[in-house]
Design a protein around this ligand. Sequence first.
Ligand code: DGJ
Length: 757
Amino acid sequence: MIKIENQLFHLQTKESSYIFCVDKHGKLIHLYYGQRLENDNEEALGQHQIIGVGSSVLYDKTDTTSSMNMKLLELSEPQIGDYRVLSTDIWSDKQQATDFKYVGYELDKVFQSDLPRGHEASERLSIYVEDSLTGVRLELVYEVFYDSNVLSRYLVVTNTGIDDLVISNLGVNVDLMNDNFELLSYHGGWIREAHEYVNDLGMGRSVIASTTTSTSNQHQPGFFLRSKDSNDVYGFNLIYSGNHMSVIERTPHEMVRVVSGVNPETFQWTLKSNERYETPSLIMSYSKGINKVSQNFHHFINQHLVPKPWANKERPITYNHWEATFFDYNEKKLLKYARSAKELGCELFVLDDGWFTERNNDLSGLSNYQVDPKKFPHGMKHFSNKIHELGMLFGIWVEPEMVSEKSELYRQHPEYALGVRDKRYGRNQLVLDLTIQEVRDYIVLNVKNLVEEYSVDYIKWDMNRHISDTESLAINHGKEFSHRYILGLYDILERIFVGSDVLLESCSSGGNRFDLGMLAYGAQVWSSDDTDPIERLSIQGGLSRLYPLSVISAHVASELSQQTLRRTPLSTRFNVASFGVLGYELDLTYLTSVEKKEIKAQTDWYKQYRKVFQFGLFTQHNNVWQVTLDGITIVGIFQKLTSASPPSDRLRVVGLDPKKLYHVSSKPQRIFIDRYKELIKHVIPLDINPSGKLMELTNQYFSLQDQQQELIASGALLEAGIWLNSQYLGTGYDKQLRLWGDFGSTLYVITEKENTL
Ligand code: DGJ
């Protein structure tokens, strides 16, 4: 996987190659990243610059082609005539460390890291470079995740001298040649996370960064460069949960530099003698087509990032009462929901915000861990037992990084809250200073107690504000705060969750901290507080470019969306949520008998195909989503708005064997008659008042089977596309019509028929 010959380093994954070498000046020259190669040599791979370029600064005056600005480099350095974006800024006394030269390499070096990393790399290469003047030595680490087609890169600096080193910036750079690239990146805000934006890669610098002390719902750290000429795609993401910055620079000579790491705008680090500093890992993957790169990332996250016990483990179906009750609940009410959820097929009951003292709204109570006796008169152990007796797992919500002024901890230790200069409030709350050891100990102790005392199976770890007061009395330099906060968070998560069986779902007002760092500790993330399935098409569509469906938590909520006031059919709410970790979050009290029956059918069906949904190969094209595993393919086709007399559309399936025959069948789903009001008289032989009692009653107990389509087709034909039953055209009813209207959708299951063509 790592071939080394004459100072040429060739890193191979199953389908890609990454190659660099050491030149005569001791510099690391990037040669190639792309489709897997076997034996090509440096001469064939390298740039062939014959004479110097005007207006360039030479690294070596005797070598006219030694302008570092014209080379693809593995390490960007200041002061050597490289004018692209730099990611190395280290100072020793008054000297800036620069001119790092190759001194050697080591294979499979083992060490402990303070930051989350991928586990079980196939091979690891450490390249050492040193600046002779300051004595600063850098280690460039390359990890090969062979089976995932993923490489990971990070840098390590150890202060081997006596004086402090000051690091103002340190990140990984990847240099490529432009190939008519477009940049695909993911942006949003609360309830509109991870929408995909596609832009031609502009000349100059494009920047993706966050300053919220989280990865943020505004700018996802992951992105892709896609060639418009060759369909080559390079994907990048950081294993980090704090302020990040990626700069993608395109130069007039059509070189592209990607620099990625901790955001230098909010960073500075003093490294004392013998201390070591590491950058977060930049993971990257190359393939033909974006779906393939996404699948590589999915494989890496499932197999090499989430806690090992969850690698291939199916996630339970959740019932969470939050959207049904907010803070207004008690044990009796919740047990009613739990019993109903159990009957409907849910496997995990999650007790959300509001269970502890002083917490009847979002004004107070955060950091208290005492159970509210008014809501739980028999205590939490009693409630947890009741959930377990139902045969469900018991989950509980916490928001440990936060404190309310009205709370026991704040009354005793106001100094634990951030805000040395001024206190700023987000959702009425303050942030605990995780750079303080006692604060971390308080959180670890309380969350661990909770898990043990109440036999907790699952924790929803929430974090409901951006951080603004980035000063701490516990540290020397203010600009160390943001990174130290995240190191503090990782320390806490490590102490609570490593080696434990508890399923951690991370959450931050939905997807404000959806990142690879959190996924190293918890196997799923609450993707968004937006449960409207049509909005979720964009949110889950964007997230699934970077993260597998096994980590994307998705719930079926009420018909009328609490976020958008849009009404959507139960079938579409389920169809979208099933492309993720399924859960339900609606008020179960007011469901009709037919809705309950349909939800039970949905959970039964999902359990049958859960493995395919959570771990299958996922592809997406517009609003058509496909998953495939072990010979079963499921395709979801989703319609946003309908049009009058809509044109016929087709089901296209990718990746089948063209020579084999397949059985195609649509998932059975029910239509509820109150959606069609007075039009229902065309279907059933009764003239019912659309707003009358009879309609209400009929809707309780009577529903229609949606159209069902079944046929046999070859893989080749399915790739070309088969026609679907036509949609409602305004001319009448037939039970084979797709009555989609706005927001309609259907799932199709495609399985191999024994005999081939
Ligand atoms: C934000 C989360 O995203 C919601 O699901 C819910 O847990 C609330 N916080 C509770 O305050």
